[in-house]
Design a protein around this ligand. Structure first.
Ligand SMILES: [Zn+2]
Length: 58
């Protein structure tokens, strides 16, 4: 069974972490790290981008 891979991104500076942190070690901001599920974006964004590219090139 494949687990959905989640990463944590600081909404302030965009730093990525493999686990949740209370404080971003890059910009030192507190509570700016939010969970970001990687599984959702490639499926939706990928299909959308591919479709748009195909119809635009014709
Ligand atoms: Zn940060």
């Amino acid at each position: 069974m494949a687990k959905a891979k989640a990463s944590y991104v600081c909404t302030d500076c965009g730093s990525e972490y493999s686990r949740w942190l209370g404080q971003c070690t890059d910009c030192k901001a507190w509570n700016t790290i939010s969970e970001f599920r990687q599984a959702k974006l490639p499926a939706r964004g990928g299909n959308f981008a591919g479709f748009a590219w195909c119809s635009a090139s014709k």
